[in-house]
Design a protein around this ligand. Structure first.
Ligand code: APR
Length: 290
């Protein structure tokens, strides 16, 4: 009010000024100020050309990689995906927000081809590319369209925020964290027949808070899954921290027993080990004897 007094305004002008001030304040609250909400956005912004990459990947997947995925409209898929996080606080995106996109993009996973991983992403994708025997989440349409990309929105404007996103671990309902949790849940529920799990024996293999432990394992349906094959792979340079029957792997085995799901467990499964050795042939444990 004192600021308005200094402007020497009449009573009517003062009320108009006050009204404008209030409107301005509420707009700032709804938009800019809340974009920064309680979380400082220090992470990388959305991947440049996000829309073009996702639509391109979608056409590629349906046209050449997995024509069995059926008829899908790639532009509509992009729109459903964008609606999940556009014009919203990037820390308030839930698994439910992605449901329309997931339902539209969903397709069958061949029986016996579901494979889960934790801290072994690179290895599992190499194994998939070489053998064509499995279909991890990243080789379904949903995972393929988003693998390796970054995205978030902001309250104040539509579309992806290319400048900055919150760090992954800065909030629970992060736009990307919620997506991978929703996609993983959806993927695990569809597993049928024999299922493979590739874990890292040089780390805390069955890590608490991992998506595999917290989401996917619980969604495996013992009526649909006939057996689980655990492959515990050490890094070529070690250490051999965990193995079948040891440490967190033993915890996993007990959970499978409780769920009445049959399982096998192999340490350093040879075909995968050979794949590791392709890149590090000089290591003693890769000695091929030739
Ligand atoms: N691209 C980028 N980030 C991903 C991807 C992906 N394709 N999949 C998962 N993430 C994120 C998740 O936040 C995940 O927690 O990277 C993290 C990887 O952590 P890890 O401990 O290595 O593995 P985990 O948390 O168990 O997640 C892997 O979830 O994506 C599914 O089916 C997949 O079984 C796999 C599990």
């Amino acid at each position: 009010m004192s600021f308005l007094n200094t402007l020497n305004l009449t009573g009517k002008d003062k009320s108009v000024g006050l009204l404008l001030g209030l409107i301005l304040l509420s707009h700032t609250e709804r938009t800019g100020a809340k974009d920064k909400s309680n979380v400082v956005q220090k992470g990388k912004g959305s991947t440049a050309k996000l829309k073009e990459i996702m639509i391109g990947r979608c056409f590629n997947y349906l046209g050449t990689i997995n024509p069995n995925a059926g008829n899908k409209d790639c532009s509509k898929l992009w729109e459903a995906f964008l609606r999940a996080f556009s014009e919203k606080d990037p820390c308030k995106i839930t698994k439910e927000d992605y449901k329309p996109f997931l339902n539209m993009a969903d397709h069958d996973i061949p029986i016996g081809q579901s494979i889960f991983w934790s801290q072994t992403k690179e290895l599992i994708l190499q194994y998939t590319d070489v053998t064509h025997k499995v279909m991890p989440l990243e080789n379904t349409l949903i995972g393929f369209m988003l693998d390796g990309l970054n995205w978030c929105g902001k309250l104040s404007s539509p579309g992806p925020n290319y400048e900055a996103c919150p760090e992954w671990n800065s909030c629970t309902n992060h736009s990307m964290g919620s997506f991978w949790r929703a996609a993983s849940e959806n993927y695990a529920m569809k597993a049928q027949g024999e299922v493979t799990v590739l874990l890292n024996g040089s780390a805390n293999a069955f890590r608490e808070n991992s998506i595999f432990r917290e989401i996917e394992l619980g969604k495996l349906d013992s009526k649909r899954v006939t057996s689980v094959h655990l492959w515990i792979m050490d890094n070529i340079d070690g250490p051999d921290k965990e193995s079948c029957g040891v440490g967190s792997v033993a915890v996993l085995e007990n959970i499978l027993k409780e769920k009445k799901i049959k399982y096998t467990c192999v340490d350093n499964y040879k075909p995968v080990k050979m794949l590791q050795c392709v890149f590090k042939l000089d290591r003693p444990s890769c000695n091929t004897g030739t």
